[in-house]
Write a protein that binds this ligand. Sequence first.
Ligand code: ZN
Ligand code: ZN
Length: 93
Amino acid sequence: MSRARHRSGRPYQRARRAMFAIYGTVCHICGHEGAGEADHLTPVSVDPGQPLDPHGMRPAHGANAPCPTCLRLCNTERGARPITKAVRTSRDW
Ligand SMILES: [Zn+2]
Ligand SMILES: [Zn+2]
């Protein structure tokens, strides 16, 4: 329930936009340009109750925006580690 809060909804979209305004689009994982996803510094799977804070996220590449330079899905590679089941249901396929 609270986990979905961090993946969709207006408060999340607002925090996400603020994060990109603050930190730009340089991926915090690989350091390349073109990051299009918000990566939580503390994975939502670890702390689902964390506040929606732009400073608690950083730009990262992901399934929707792979790195054009090193071709990694930084967000997915990092975020998928602590858990086994898919929590990223924002993908449309
Ligand atoms: Zn990256
Ligand atoms: Zn990269």
